[in-house]
Structure formats: structure tokens, C-alpha cells
Design a protein around this ligand. Structure first.
Ligand SMILES: [Zn+2]
Length: 234
């Protein structure tokens, strides 16, 4: 089975190019998906922040209501204090007012703390909104770039595949069988250039018999990995 080095080289170049383009074409949708996922993640983070603000506002409202109710009660006690029938009753009311005032003081500290938390969450939320806008813009850009790149790659792939088909048409009939079987199973890995006296695919040293048959430009597989060998351009 004769196979000239130049034809073998040309075949392998085509196979490598096709494999490379297919890898790039496969990568496209994954890159788009990754960009979309980033948008989803940013949206989730923003939503969680907004939910937290809403929750804290409800907490603050509830505590403020409680505070006002207790204030009204204190006011009521104060009215009763003046109408106390004796000192014991007066003291009891006074103690009640002191206890409620203390409780309200704790409560208003809590409310203040929650309001401060809401403030910082609102700043965070604004930052997250800005970030989301940037990520969304990036996603749109990525989608456009990838779609343009894919269109170009598909055109190139078609061209190289067409050129390979032309090359394959002229291959010796006995060689085509072996070649097709290898390419179907291994694609670009079906061939390898000689690397000095080793196989350029698996780096195993080759016996003189193989090197000799390569010198005669015969289709020769590597005894170790099975790749079809050819001599590189010198
Ligand atoms: Zn090999």
C-alpha cells in the first residue's frame, strides 16, 4: 500500500483542522450556557437580598407597632397613677410604668438595629443591581460573539470537509479501507507524524523495519498505537 508523505501529511492536516473546529463548535453552546448561568446566579443573589429587606421591614413594622401599643399603655398608667387610692397602688403603678419603659427602651434599640441593617442591605441591593446589569450585558455580548464565531466555523468546517473529501477520492483503493476504518474510530488520532525515530502520537521508538517502510512511502501503522505514520516535512 503506497502512501506518499505529502498526501499523508495533507490528510492529517485536514483531520486535525476538522477536529479543532469541531471542538470549538462544541465549546460555543457551553460558553453561552455559562454566561446565562452567571445571570441566573446574579438574579438569585439580588432576589435574596430584596427578600431579606422585605422581611426586616416587616420585623421593624411589627416591633414599632408593639412599641406604640406599649407607649399608649404607659400613658394610661400615668393617668391612673394620679388617681391612685393609696401609696401601695401608686407604687405598683409606678413599678409597672418603669418595667414597660425599660421594655420599650430595649425594643427601640432593636428597631434601630434593624433599620441600620435595612440601610446597609439597600446599599448592597443597589450594588447587586448594577452588577446584574453588567453581567446581563456581558451575556448578550457573549451570545452575539459566539453565534458569529459559530457561523464562521461552520462555513470553514464545510470547506475543509469538502477539501478532505476531494483528497480522499484520490486515495489508493486498498488503502482507503484501512484509512476509513481508522478515521471513523479515531478521527485525527488515526495518523501521526514521525518524530525522529519515534511515533509522534505515542512516542514509542520505532524498529528499523518500520522506518525502512516509511522511507519507501508505504502506509505503515505504528506497531504500538496503530496510528498511520508518515514522515514530516523537512
Ligand atoms: Zn504510536
Amino acid at each position: 500500500m503506497n502512501l506518499s508523505d505529502s498526501i499523508a501529511r495533507n490528510l492529517h492536516q485536514h483531520l486535525v483542522q476538522i477536529a479543532d473546529m469541531k471542538t470549538q463548535i462544541d465549546r460555543g453552546p457551553r460558553q453561552v450556557k455559562a454566561a446565562q448561568l452567571q445571570v441566573e446566579t446574579a438574579k438569585d443573589t439580588l432576589q435574596k437580598c430584596k427578600d431579606s429587606i422585605k422581611q426586616k421591614k416587616m420585623d421593624a413594622d411589627r416591633k414599632q407597632l408593639q412599641l406604640r401599643e406599649r407607649e399608649a399603655k404607659i400613658h394610661e398608667w400615668e393617668g391612673k397613677m394620679n388617681a391612685a387610692k393609696n401609696n401601695r397602688e401608686f407604687q405598683a403603678i409606678k413599678e409597672q410604668i418603669a418595667a414597660d419603659s425599660q421594655a420599650n427602651s430595649v425594643l427601640s434599640d432593636e428597631i434601630l438595629e434593624i433599620l441600620e441593617e435595612i440601610d446597609s442591605l439597600q446599599i448592597e441591593s443597589k450594588g447587586l443591581e448594577e452588577k446584574l446589569k453588567l453581567i446581563e450585558a456581558d451575556k448578550v455580548k457573549t451570545e452575539a460573539t459566539i453565534s458569529q464565531k459559530l457561523a464562521g466555523l461552520n462555513v470553514d468546517l464545510e470547506r475543509v470537509e469538502g477539501s478532505l473529501a476531494v483528497l480522499e477520492k484520490d486515495l489508493p483503493a486498498d488503502f482507503v479501507v484501512l484509512y476509513k476504518r481508522l478515521v471513523t474510530n479515531r478521527g485525527e488520532d488515526s495518523m501521526a507524524a514521525l518524530d525522529d525515530v519515534s511515533c509522534g502520537g505515542c512516542y514509542t521508538g520505532l524498529p528499523p523495519k518500520i522506518l525502512d517502510s516509511l522511507r519507501k512511502e508505504q502506509a505503515t501503522p505504528c506497531p504500538s498505537c496503530g496510528r498511520l505514520l508518515y514522515r514530516p516535512e523537512r
